[in-house]
Design a protein around this ligand. Structure first.
Ligand code: HBI
Ligand code: FE
Length: 273
C-alpha cells in the first residue's frame, strides 16, 4: 500500500494511475461547474464534430470521467486511449504517446480561483477540451500523424515549427461551416472567455489555414490569441501532414518569425461570424 503522502513517481513514459477514487466531491463539483458553463456557451460556437464527440463519448456533467472507462469507448471509435500523466511531459514523451494513439491527460483539476484561466493544462482542458475531437476519425488520424511528425521534428531540431502547427490547430483552431465559423481548438473550447472572444471580438486576426504561414508564426501562451487560422475541414489538416516536412524546416530556418498579430501584404482576413 503506497503511503498517502507519496505522489506516484511516473515511469519513463510519465504514465501514472489516474487516482480516480482520490477525487473529492469538491473536485467533481468544479468539473460540473466548468461543464455546465461551457455547455451553455458552446451551443452555437463549437464545431459539430466537437459536440458529436462530447455526446458520443458520454463525457457528461456528473463528474470527472474515469479514464479507463472513457478509453474503452474511445478505443472502439478511433483506436485512441487516454493515459494519465502528472502534467506537461517532455516533448519526446508527448509525441511518442500521440504516435501510438495514446492521449496524455493531466489527472488534476484546477482550483475554484482558477476557474476562468490557468496556464497549464488540467483534466478539464485535456478531457473536455481535447478528447471529443479524437472521436472524429479524420482528426484522430491527424493527431497520430502529428505525433509521428513530432518525433521526426525532434531529430531535425525543428520542434518549434511543429509546436506552432499544434498550437494554431489542435489548441486554437477554427473551422468554417455553413452556419459560419466554429471552434474545434481545445484551448478555446475549454476557456469561457476565449470561446466568445475567438468568434465575436474584432481584436484578433483570422486567416485561412496555411501550413507554412502557421509554422512561421509565433504564438503567446499567456493571453487570448492575436490570430486564429481557419480550416475548411479536418481532411485539410490530415493532408497537410502527409508530405515530408524536412524541406519545409530547411526553408523556415532561413525566414524571419512572423509576430502573432501581423497580417502580411496581400493576406485576406476572414470576416468574423
Ligand atoms: N505534455 N501533458 C502534455 N500535454 C501537452 O499538451 C504537451 C505536453 N508536452 C509538450 C507539449 N504539449 C508541446 O510542447 C508539444 O506539442 C510541442
Ligand atoms: Fe492542450
Amino acid at each position: 500500500m503506497m503511503p498517502a503522502q507519496m505522489v506516484e513517481t511516473p515511469g519513463p513514459d510519465y504514465v501514472i494511475d489516474q487516482g480516480f477514487e482520490r477525487y473529492t466531491a469538491e473536485e467533481h463539483e468544479i468539473w460540473r461547474t466548468l461543464f455546465h458553463r461551457q455547455a451553455e456557451i458552446l451551443k452555437d460556437r463549437a464545431a459539430p464534430e466537437f459536440l458529436d464527440g462530447l455526446s458520443g463519448l458520454g463525457i457528461a456533467a456528473e463528474g470527472i470521467p474515469h479514464f479507463e472507462r472513457l478509453s474503452d469507448v474511445l478505443e472502439r471509435a478511433t483506436g485512441w486511449r487516454i493515459v494519465a500523466v502528472p502534467g506537461l511531459v517532455p516533448d519526446d514523451v508527448f509525441f511518442r504517446h500521440l504516435a501510438n494513439r495514446r492521449f496524455p491527460a493531466t489527472n488534476f483539476i484546477r482550483r475554484w480561483d482558477q476557474l476562468d484561466y490557468l496556464q497549464e493544462p488540467d483534466v478539464f482542458h485535456d478531457i473536455y477540451g481535447h478528447v471529443p475531437m479524437l472521436f472524429n476519425p479524420v482528426f484522430a488520424d491527424y493527431l497520430q500523424a502529428y505525433g509521428q511528425g513530432g518525433l521526426k521534428a525532434l531529430k531535425l531540431d525543428s520542434l518549434p515549427f511543429l509546436a506552432r502547427l499544434y498550437w494554431y490547430t489542435v489548441e486554437f483552431g477554427l473551422v468554417r461551416t455553413k452556419e459560419g465559423l466554429r471552434i474545434y481548438g481545445s484551448g478555446i473550447v475549454s476557456s469561457k472567455g476565449e470561446s466568445i472572444y475567438a468568434l465575436e471580438s474584432d481584436k484578433p486576426k483570422r486567416l485561412p489555414f496555411d501550413l507554412l504561414r502557421i509554422m512561421q508564426t509565433d504564438y503567446r501562451i499567456d493571453d487570448f490569441q492575436d490570430i486564429y487560422f481557419v480550416i475548411d475541414g479536418y481532411d485539410q489538416l490530415f493532408e497537410a501532414t502527409r508530405p515530408d516536412f524536412t524541406p519545409y524546416y530547411a526553408s523556415l530556418k532561413t525566414l524571419p518569425t512572423i509576430p502573432p498579430g501581423a497580417v502580411l501584404p496581400g493576406e485576406r482576413e476572414i470576416e468574423r461570424i
